[in-house]
Design a protein around this ligand. Structure first.
Ligand code: ADP
Ligand code: MG
Length: 291
């Protein structure tokens, strides 16, 4: 019997840990027995590197520029544990919309019915989420992805980008757009980071799927060109990625988030600014001291 395909999009600010988290998620899902494709949608083209021993692969856009017609088998590369790796690619720097690559690449795969032919369980799009322009919004807008997850730390710019994504999801939610599965909290090592993220998901009516600590195991694995799941399968950090994969595999109901308006976000941030100052001065106790 054919597998049921679930398409997931992971968004977040540049450098926040999308590709690291996505690659470990793909690796953990694959180890659990699912057939997975990771679809890099960042003009950096490095989404799938740690699934392929640190190697770059030719992008869909570059291949299309070189040849008149492209068979998707020419742009799908095998990675760790049989994971299918694709990089959409982008235009030459400074020319055209960077989101263009996503539109073109996804259309090519649709035309050639590649997902059906490969009989996949998951396609996971790793999408740069700073700009929710036409191309970058495509996995949400056109009913391609069913569930969206955002990777965010407790840093304001990461939360700002997540809030912008929530606005995009909110906007397209009435027209068959993707809904939000939740937030993947990355680099959470301080109790106050967890408190900030917990408060943000509360006020925007969503949830934290998993808390991922910042870990030197991730750095070590990356320096070997590998995911943590491949390089250090018995580590605590691999356990966290495996738990994330299990939660995402069990996830069925996504929701429309309630993004904060610019003024509300400013106020929310200022409240936390005061709170952190009070924590620093010992005026109030942090979560760690209270429990
Ligand atoms: P993005 O895809 O969002 O641009 P990356 O996944 O490439 O970000 O991550 C940026 C850097 O942060 C990488 O060097 C990566 O190894 C590091 N990183 C991300 N998450 C973690 C983590 N939980 N622990 C340690 N390092 C991390
Ligand atoms: Mg990336």
């Amino acid at each position: 019997m054919a597998r049921k395909l679930t398409q997931i999009a992971i968004y977040g600010k540049g450098g926040i840990g999308k590709s690291t988290t996505t690659s470990n998620l793909s690796a953990a899902l694959s180890v659990a027995g699912y057939k997975v494709m990771q679809f890099g949608c960042d003009p950096k083209n490095d989404s799938t590197n740690t699934l392929r021993n640190g190697q770059y692969i030719p992008t869909v856009l570059d291949t299309l520029r070189e040849q008149n017609s492209v068979n998707t088998s020419e742009v799908v590369f095998e990675g760790f544990n049989g994971i299918y790796c694709v990089e959409a690619g982008g235009p030459a720097p400074g020319v055209g919309c960077a989101g263009r690559g996503i539109i073109t690449a996804v259309q090519l795969f649709k035309q050639q019915h590649t997902f059906e032919e490969l009989d996949l369980d998951y396609v996971i799009y790793d999408v740069l989420g700073d700009v929710v322009c036409g191309g970058f919004a495509m996995p949400i807008r056109e009913g391609i992805a069913e569930h969206v997850f955002t990777v965010s730390s407790a840093d304001f710019m990461a939360i700002y980008a997540a809030n912008n994504l929530f606005k995009g999801i909110h906007k397209y939610s009435n027209n068959g757009g993707a809904l939000l599965g939740g937030l993947i909290a990355n680099s959470i090592n301080q109790p106050y980071s967890k408190e900030i993220i917990d408060d943000f998901v509360k006020v925007t009516h969503t949830q934290v799927v998993e808390y991922i600590p910042r870990s030197v195991t991730v750095t070590q694995a990356e320096l070997q060109g590998k995911t943590t799941i491949e390089e250090a399968p018995d580590s605590a950090q691999a356990g966290v990625y495996t738990a994330l994969a299990a939660k995402i595999a069990a996830h069925t109901e996504s929701q429309t988030p309630s993004p904060l308006e610019p003024g509300e976000l400013r106020e929310w941030a200022a409240k936390w600014g005061k709170q952190l100052l009070a924590l620093e001065s010992g005026e109030v106790q942090g979560l760690a001291e209270r429990i």
